[in-house]
Design a protein around this ligand. Structure first.
Ligand code: ATP
Ligand code: MG
Length: 239
């Protein structure tokens, strides 16, 4: 069964066609990467899948259900993290996770929050206010929040952008483990080509709202005669 099937999505903002006929397919436990230059339409695509903005045309189905008609059910089974989303700053880390656990109707919120604090290594920060945290610490809270409902699909917009190399590596390992062992599917964007190479089963390169190349990292480097995904990116972005 497909987790996500999006077909021919288009979104215009005035004269700008941000997304121009994108189709995506994500299966259980798959990690799919959306790459492309600034302004290519990656975040806009994710925002349509999250129901934050409505596509001008195209269709979105998750778990076999049409997003528009089954919004609550679909949204309860997915989650999202991005550094540009603000969490309630005056709350302590533990309180934020507790609020989200209750919003999602998690059965045993206390136990789930303890699990997440452990998983994201947030134990020592649990009584700190979110607004006092560093950007990398906040990123880990965002990821904990994104896992609160044990989502079948995680949508992550540049999930490791603020993390130091060590924290980034730990988070990548964690996400890959969640995909492989718990079957959580992920759709991620990133400008870190090594990260994409390491994590993603399939990659879609976007440019000016369209997918211009797709495949595994190995397939793409082969097709473009490149030594690395970074080289593929430069070739695609500059062609
Ligand atoms: N709310 C909006 N109103 C008007 N234009 C928008 C809006 N959101 C996005 N755009 C435009 O749509 C295009 C795609 O933006 P988007 O944020 O999807 O790019 P992106 O691929 O995520 O880029 P980045 O790598 O910089 O995050 C850009 O030209 C942007 O200016
Ligand atoms: Mg973006």
């Amino acid at each position: 069964m497909s987790i996500l099937e999006a077909a021919a999505l288009t979104k215009r903002f005035g004269p700008v066609t941000a997304v121009d006929g994108i189709s995506l397919d994500v299966g259980p436990g798959e990690i799919i990467g959306l790459l492309g230059p600034n302004g290519a339409g990656k975040s806009t695509t994710l925002h349509m899948l999250l129901g934050l903005i409505t596509p001008d045309s195209g269709s979105i189905r998750m778990f076999g259900l049409e997003l528009g008609a089954h919004r609550i059910e679909v949204l309860s089974r997915i989650n999202f993290a991005a550094s540009y989303v603000d969490l309630p700053g005056v709350l302590h880390v533990r309180e934020v996770l507790d609020v989200f656990a209750r919003l999602y109707g998690v059965r045993n919120p206390k136990a789930r929050v303890a699990e997440l604090l452990d998983l994201l290594e947030l134990g020592p920060l649990r009584r700190r206010r979110v607004m006092e945290l560093s950007s990398g610490q906040r990123t880990r809270v965002q990821l904990a929040k994104a896992l609160v409902n044990e989502p079948s699909l995680l949508i992550l917009d540049e999930p490791t952008a603020n993390l130091d190399p060590d924290a980034g590596d730990r988070i990548r390992n964690l996400l890959v483990r969640l995909a492989r062992e718990n079957g959580r599917a992920m759709l991620i964007t990133s400008h870190n080509m090594q990260e994409v190479e390491r994590m993603c089963d399939r990659i879609h390169f976007m440019s000016a709202g369209r997918v211009v190349a797709s495949g595994s990292a190995a397939e793409l480097t082969g097709v473009y005669g490149a030594d690395s995904l970074e080289e593929v990116f430069l070739k695609v972005a500059r062609s």
